[in-house]
Design a protein. Structure first.
Length: 469
């Protein structure tokens, strides 16, 4: 069928973005109240750990993934239990089965952070930090109407019209050098500040503001208004003989594509021996991407399609061919259909960072060996804030051993559990935490429901404690 050919071409975009985002917040929030969480100052620069630390190599790795999509949104059981699983594009999966599980806006948000060199030490009652780190960030937004077009297609004999808005994807790589300090104002009040210098390695930002698809039995017209920006030395478009973008190339960069700055601010107050209140805001700043390394491609206008047989799909129509094969072989077809063409435009891009607010209160019993904390976080994403509130139980039987468990409510609807362990030995600190533990996973550990998790693993050499007054 003609529609089966063309729908696989467009559907491959969704598959490619989904896989890309699932394979590339600063630290696990469950460590906010833990004494042996060395990097908790990344959530609030006023917070201090029990001991100083030094990591000459990778000291902390964090992977934060947020999505309202999951494995079961795209993979379905076959009619015969012994047959292979079906992708959402398979003919045996009905439109109602697939579309009923989607939201008006379907997103994937990924933040990966790696601490390459880090140092935190006490000087009297003040705590100083220095760090070199790297960031990889990726965001994908896919509207419901796009999926509806893919799955439903032409339901009327006279034709159908689909309007798809705000399909977007972005990814960037940043390096960070920071210096921070936490110091006492009074015996009960501590404030913190941290400055960061940011270097932009590369950035890809693109999407389709509007795509109008008029479907007729023997003719389609596709009207698009889209834009793709590449920022980075070595990032280039690859074009076919007609000047249509069909791929990207990436060479080893020899310079930075952008520069920026950021500021973190925080404070904590201990009105009673067993009670502490704290709040902080991080990532106040921006990055400017240099137009010297900017490459631009636009998709604007209307393309008419009447000969679908010239478009290769690389798989069986209505079959269950390999997802990887579909992605690798059909992306070229998608780019050809959208007709992105490189244009001679360039401009600096000033991009604000996404600030995060963290506010917590912690109360303890048994000389604070058991504490209960309540943490509120809000990542101020434009038009789509990511907020959560967490209840955290901390067990601190010894200064060198902490265990924590958490229950979190994300955006008022999604609930999840977390666990953390912090061990501070004489010469070594080890910290392992997961804010959102997937309850149901595949044999390959892919979450079956919403793909939301945050994992932090860290190790560092222990330094001296704070000197008592």
């Amino acid at each position: 069928m003609k529609y089966n050919k063309i729908k696989y071409i467009i559907g491959s975009l969704i598959l490619a973005l989904t896989v890309q985002a699932t394979v590339a917040q600063n630290v696990a929030r469950i460590g906010y109240f833990m004494d042996n969480s060395t990097h908790k100052h990344l959530m609030n620069p006023a917070l201090v750990p029990a001991r100083g630390y030094f990591s000459p190599v990778v000291g902390s790795v964090d992977i934060d993934l947020r999505s309202n999509l999951g494995y079961t949104n795209f993979i379905f059981p076959a009619l015969n239990a012994n047959d292979p699983l079906l992708t959402f594009m398979h003919d045996d999966v009905t439109p109602e089965q697939f579309l009923s599980k989607l939201s008006p806006e379907n997103y994937l948000k990924l933040n990966q952070r790696m601490s390459l060199l880090s140092l935190g030490f006490y000087s009297g009652t003040s705590f100083w930090t220095f760090e070199v780190a790297s960031h990889i960030n990726a965001n994908v937004n896919i509207p419901y109407d796009f999926f509806a077009f893919l799955k439903q297609g032409m339901t009327s004999s006279s034709g159908n019209r689909y309007e798809i808005n705000n399909l977007s994807v972005s990814a960037d790589m940043l390096a960070e050098v920071s210096l921070g300090s936490s110091f006492r104002i009074t015996d009960d009040i501590r404030v913190g500040v941290k400055g960061k210098i940011l270097g932009g390695g590369a950035k890809i930002k693109g999407g389709v503001d509007q795509m109008i698809i008029d479907m007729k039995p023997d003719n389609w017209t596709v009207t698009t208004n889209g834009l793709v920006n590449l920022y980075g030395p070595g990032l280039e478009f690859e074009n076919d003989e007609n000047g249509v973008v069909n791929n990207f190339s990436f060479a080893t960069p020899n310079n930075l594509a952008g520069m920026g700055y950021a500021l973190d601010l925080g404070a904590s107050w201990k009105p009673l021996k067993f009670l502490e209140v704290s709040a902080g805001i991080i990532d106040l700043g921006s990055v400017i991407w240099n137009k010297t390394y900017n490459r631009v491609a636009r998709s604007s206008g209307t393309v008419n399609y009447s000969d679908f047989d010239n478009i290769s799909t690389g798989g069986n129509e209505g079959g269950n061919s390999s997802t990887d094969d579909q992605m690798n072989e059909l992306m070229d077809g998608l780019m050809e259909m959208a007709q992105f063409k490189e244009v001679d435009e360039s401009d600096n891009l000033k991009e604000k960072l996404i600030p995060t607010i963290n506010a917590g209160v912690e109360a303890g019993v048994l000389n604070n060996k058991i504490t209960l904390g309540l943490l509120y976080s809000n990542r101020l994403v434009p038009n789509n804030n990511i907020s959560e509130i967490s209840g955290i139980l901390n067990l601190k039987p010894f200064t060198s051993f902490n265990v924590a468990a958490s229950y979190s409510l994300l955006n008022g609807v999604q609930n999840t559990f977390g666990l953390a362990l912090g061990v501070n030995l004489a010469i070594l600190n080890i910290f392992v935490a997961c804010d959102y533990i997937p309850m149901y996973v595949t044999p390959q550990y892919i979450p079956l429901n919403e793909a939301t998790t945050h994992l932090q693993i860290g190790a560092s050499f222990s330094l001296w404690k704070m000197k008592k007054k």
